[in-house]
Write a protein that binds this ligand. Structure first.
Ligand code: NAD
Length: 238
């Protein structure tokens, strides 16, 4: 019998992250999740703290008895910062989004690569990026799009850098996905108008994104490493 996969998923308290945990567990994986604060069943760590991600890896590794086979970087924020905001606010908005969305993912990916190398048996990293990486985002979200484009570049670098060691990396780029985050956004952007831009006629479900992430974390063939999977109802086809 194949060994049970041990997987660590960030931002698993709700939305896409919660669906990813459910999809992984339904495929037999043993999963440890995370949220911004301590709660039942998840490790708490506020990733806006530059020291948090590295310390979180140690806790996740301990919770999974010293073996992680795959890391899913899902935690993220989608917070606006206006172009005419005072410089201090503008820079603070950029720094916070880049820290949570990109730097924390990089710090965890770094520890994952070091762990996979030490074990000598490979491993997988799945980064939940966004359609915004390719298409850009609203005028209040330059930094969000930049953070997600950064995740895609990071993913490809890991894929190319460590494929020989069977360390695989993938990115998932969801378009609008009906979670708490998207509901607010849809409402603020006038719902139907936004839907008209999606040929499929609806936003994605967290389960659709999760099924792709679970496939990449557990099953995708090694030759797929470096792939970026779009899940956007053909609202951005590249
Ligand atoms: P969500 O807001 O429902 O959940 C976000 C998760 O990240 C939560 O578990 C939360 O605890 C965690 N998180 C947020 N801030 C954190 C912090 N400072 N420290 C630690 N954890 C923190 O979001 P979602 O819609 O499920 O999105 C999940 C991922 O998918 C994000 O990376 C997001 O950018 C990406 N995404 C979402 C959509 C969408 O439309 N929902 C589209 C494209 C990409």
């Amino acid at each position: 019998m194949a060994e049970t996969a041990h997987i660590f998923v960030t931002g698993s308290t709700r939305g896409i992250g919660r669906a990813i945990v459910e999809a992984l567990e339904s495929k037999g994986a043993r999963v440890v999740g995370h949220g911004s604060r301590e709660a039942a069943g998840v490790l708490g760590a506020d990733l806006s703290d530059p020291a948090a991600a590295d310390a979180l890896w140690d806790r996740a590794l301990a919770a999974l008895d010293g073996r992680i086979d795959a890391l899913v970087n899902n935690a993220g924020v989608f917070e606006p910062v206006a172009v005419d905001a005072p410089l201090d606010d503008w820079q603070a908005g950029w720094a916070r989004t880049m820290q949570i969305n990109l730097q924390a993912s990089a710090d965890l990916s770094r520890r994952a690569v070091l762990h996979f190398r030490e074990r000598g048996r490979g491993g997988r990293i799945v980064n939940i990026a966004s359609r915004a990486a390719y298409r850009g985002d609203s005028p209040a979200h330059w930094h969000y799009a930049a953070s997600k484009a950064g995740m895609v570049g990071m993913t490809k670098s890991i894929a190319r850098g460590y494929a020989r060691e069977e360390i695989l990396a993938f990115a998932v780029c969801p378009g609008f996905t009906m979670t708490g985050m998207a509901e607010d956004y849809l409402a603020s952007r006038g719902g139907d108008k936004l839907l008209a831009d999606i040929p499929l006629g609806r936003v994605a479900t967290p389960q659709e994104v999760a099924s792709a992430a679970a496939y990449l974390a557990l099953e995708a063939p090694p030759s797929m490493t470096g792939a970026v999977i779009d899940i956007n109802g053909a609202s951005y086809v590249r």
